[in-house]
Unconditional design. Structure first.
Length: 269
């Protein structure tokens, strides 16, 4: 019944677009199915795709895909970000290798300019959405920065953490946490839409705080619990509540960004 209702909803969207002189590119449509229990054998039967397909107005069937790309982010059917992270790391390593092969200089200023503009921008694109929770993925992402900074001639004999200190760099994990907090501030100030319904409240001692909600299900698998704990709404709330009240009360983005960076620099990576 749910599939029938969804098919009717899709058909109504097509009719609405045509009545408003708009045209949807139905041939570009993709279908991804998120299952609560990915290991459910009933969903793995050979004919399950036939019961989980939709039909376009042209009569073409849409079958479930393993993943789709939306605004540069790969969304997998199991709601994990492993494939997106793997492709992101591979792309960043490829660009880093190209930079090191084309530019022969290992001068610190030149290397940092190239790294920030060409490599790190890849690793941080939309990172609040796909922030990893697995240790291996966190290390794989930071491994790109670790390898690239080791090629700077003035720092090649230093270990990774000393290089970060010399360069006044944060680890990429800490930078992702910073981006998450910055996004929460934008939502609080109305600069970004609060589509996920984040709830803020003012307290006299801690300033603006966020409610940390419980999972919608009392019983869920360890995998689903991990996905939930690593989501933007949960992790964002936990990180936001750690920030001092005097920083959260700042009204301009630049001032908040500078004070937040100073605050995060007090923590060891």
């Amino acid at each position: 019944q749910a599939l029938i209702n969804d098919q009717e909803d899709l058909d109504s969207v097509v009719r609405w677009s045509r009545s408003n002189n708009m045209q949807l590119h139905e041939q570009k449509s993709e279908l991804v199915v998120h299952k609560h229990k990915p290991g459910d054998l009933l969903q793995e039967l050979p004919f399950s795709p036939l019961t989980m397909s939709y039909t376009s107005s042209a009569g073409e069937a849409l079958y479930p895909s393993e993943s789709i790309r939306d605004l540069g982010v790969i969304i997998s059917h199991d709601l994990s970000w492993s494939r997106h992270i793997c492709e992101t790391v591979t792309k960043a390593r490829s660009v880093a290798s190209w930079v090191l092969s084309v530019f022969k200089t290992r001068n610190k200023d030149v290397m940092l300019t190239l790294y920030k503009s060409l490599v790190r921008s890849i690793l941080e694109f939309n990172s609040p959405v796909w922030n990893p929770i697995k240790i291996g993925e966190i290390q794989a992402i930071d491994g790109v920065q670790k390898t690239f900074t080791s090629r700077i001639s003035a720092l090649k004999n230093d270990d990774y953490w000393k290089r970060l200190k010399e360069l006044s760099f944060m680890s990429l994990q800490r930078r992702r946490e910073r981006y998450i907090i910055l996004q929460v501030w934008k939502i609080l100030r109305g600069l970004s839409t609060n589509d996920i319904g984040m709830k803020f409240r003012e307290t006299s001692r801690r300033g603006s705080t966020m409610a940390i909600t419980s999972p919608p299900l009392k019983r869920c698998s360890q995998r689903n619990q991990s996905l939930y704990d690593g989501s933007f709404s949960e992790l964002g709330a936990r990180l936001w509540n750690v920030v001092p009240a005097e920083i959260k009360s700042l009204r301009t983005f630049q001032a908040f960004k500078e004070k937040l960076s100073q605050f995060l620099a007090t923590f060891l990576d």
